[in-house]
Design a protein around this ligand. Structure first.
Ligand SMILES: [Zn+2]
Length: 119
């Protein structure tokens, strides 16, 4: 056996220290828990506020993009098939090329589309 350990275990100073430690353990643990809870609460609150700000910013960007995009009626109007050239009458864009050929087909076949076209 090791006499050193036996002496320490039976030391009155160590016994008193153990009692003091046991008495202080509960309040120290409770205080540490409260401190940790407040720290965690503050950090969690800050993280939630940052997350909410980021979400609001994303929503703002989404609303901006949505408000800039054309509405359904505008899209339908833009995609409506006409046989008219573009307002600038450039002669090079698809609307002008289509108008030129539609006029030629009207004169030649009496209809804007080539005979047999499936549209
Ligand atoms: Zn054009």
């Amino acid at each position: 056996m090791m006499p050193y350990l036996t002496d320490v275990r039976q030391s009155p100073t160590l016994d008193a220290a153990a009692v003091l430690l046991a008495d202080a353990w509960g309040p120290a643990l409770a205080a540490s828990y409260r401190l940790g809870w407040h720290d965690g609460h503050r950090r969690g609150h800050a993280a939630a506020e940052a997350d909410m700000a980021a979400s609001w910013h994303d929503l703002w960007l989404h609303v901006q993009a949505t408000m800039r995009s054309p509405r359904h009626a505008e899209l339908i109007e833009r995609r409506r098939l006409t046989h008219d050239p573009c307002p600038a009458r450039c002669g090079r864009c698809s609307a002008c090329i289509h108008a030129e050929h539609a006029a030629a087909n009207l004169a030649r076949y009496g209809r804007p589309d080539y005979p047999g076209a499936t549209r």
